[in-house]
Design a protein around this ligand. Structure first.
Ligand SMILES: *Cc1c(COP(=O)(O)O)cnc(C)c1O
Length: 396
């Protein structure tokens, strides 16, 4: 059987794709699918984006890799571009989201040790997802991700998400806290949207105690919520931001951005990566940052989000099995009253790619290049599938 030499780390859908264009994918049998998941928030500009394709094609024919022991002009340019769009000051490039968070965690620990804190501790949230390496799975607030991998890493304490009072209580009793690591919207956790004052509230608590505010924008960043980063809608500037997913539109690249007291923590020898920020990855990132800004893609996000979420609310009105439709930019969650993982395969059979997370939440992460017609098709197909599913007797 094909794939028998792959470690079974994923319960894969029985489909493979040969080609993509914009919001559409074609499988190896020639069948077309509307992609409402974008490789899990990666292909924000859609598949085979002409600007990104041209940049990486040109770069592949010029220079792929040298080493971080040399200057990398494209990496310097990508850092300039990221700082310009984010208000941050320094960038460390890596290859994935988990690595970006590892860099943030190491910055927090060094920051703590420089302030003579013996066990630098990071506050992380219930329901959080930060990655699959040992430190980031420890930071993740989901026992399923951690089970079997004990001993976990020390130096984390957990608070409920969207609960400022819980963080204030930790501050009262724990003198070792150095940072808060938090997602502006929880993605894997089920498209959980905190109240509008949450990030500003965390910023105030961090300022009061000299902690670093570290935002995991691996999923929320790179235009997905309609601004380059989510915090830019909240009037908040973090000390550290991590991103990856959409940064290369499919080329693996991650980044840890820092400013102020977090900007100059790392010195030579403290951290590194062989591939991180190589010329190919940085050519992709530069093309993505440019395309997101030039083409007004981000400006369309609020209207698209409202069209999809509004359409779903309308089509699913009066369905008692639908608990809630929540949306923030191009992160849309349809919360059902029962586990609904089977919908992923049914949607695929109907030519629609979606995701289910946190058991009961249909998660939509469409590329930002969705047309209005794509949005309407998504609403029509998904609401029909959901209605049909909810009409079935609940399995005992
Ligand atoms: C996907 C994700 C990660 C992990 O990124 P990888 O590239 O898979 O390591 C971390 N944090 C958040 C919020 C994510 O969505």
């Amino acid at each position: 059987m094909a794939g028998e030499h792959l470690m079974p780390t994923y319960a894969r859908q029985a489909v493979g794709f040969a080609q993509g264009e914009g919001a559409w994918l074609t499988d190896t049998d020639g069948k077309r699918y509307l992609d409402a998941i974008a490789g899990i928030a990666v292909c924000n500009l859609g598949h085979a984006h002409p600007g990104v394709t041209a940049a990486i094609t040109r770069q592949a024919a010029t220079l792929l890799h040298t080493s971080n022991v040399y200057r990398i002009p494209l990496q310097e340019q990508a850092a300039d571009a990221l700082c310009a769009v984010s208000g941050m000051e320094k960038v460390f490039f890596c290859n994935s989201g988990a690595e970006a968070n590892e860099a943030a965690i190491k910055i927090a620990r060094l920051y703590g040790h420089k302030r003579d804190i013996a066990v630098p501790t990071i506050i992380v949230m219930e329901g959080a997802f930060h990655g699959r390496t040992m430190a980031t799975l420890t930071a993740t607030g989901n026992r399923k991700v951690q089970a079997g991998f004990e001993p976990l890493v020390q130096g984390f304490v957990r608070a409920p998400y969207n609960d400022l009072e819980a963080v204030r209580q930790i501050a009262k009793h724990n003198r070792e806290v150095v940072a808060v690591l938090v997602e502006p919207v929880q993605g894997e956790g089920g498209v959980v949207i905190p109240s509008d004052d949450y990030l500003a509230g965390l910023r105030a608590i961090c300022d009061e105690h000299g902690w670093l505010l570290m935002l995991d924008e691996i999923q929320t960043g790179n235009g997905r919520l309609g601004t380059y980063f989510a915090y830019q809608q909240q009037g908040v500037q973090p000390d550290v931001v991590t991103t990856a997913k959409g940064l290369g539109n499919g080329v693996p690249v991650g980044a840890c951005l820092a400013r102020g007291k977090a900007a100059d923590i790392f010195a030579p020898g403290n951290h590194g990566s062989t591939f991180g920020g190589n010329p190919l990855a940085c050519a992709a990132a530069l093309a993505v940052i440019e395309a997101l800004q030039k083409e007004g893609v981000m400006a369309r996000v609020p209207a698209l989000s409202a069209r999809i979420a509004g359409g779903l609310r309308e089509h699913l009105a009066g369905e008692p099995g639908v608990t809630e439709v929540r949306n923030k930019g191009m992160m849309i969650g349809v919360v059902l009253d029962r586990p609904c993982g089977v919908l992923v395969a049914r949607a695929k059979d109907a030519g629609l790619l979606i995701n289910v997370t946190a058991d009961k939440v249909i998660r939509l992460l469409p590329p930002l290049v969705f047309t209005d017609a794509d949005a309407d098709l998504l609403v029509a197909k998904l609401s029909a599938l959901v209605r049909e599913f909810l009409a079935e007797p609940v399995a005992a």
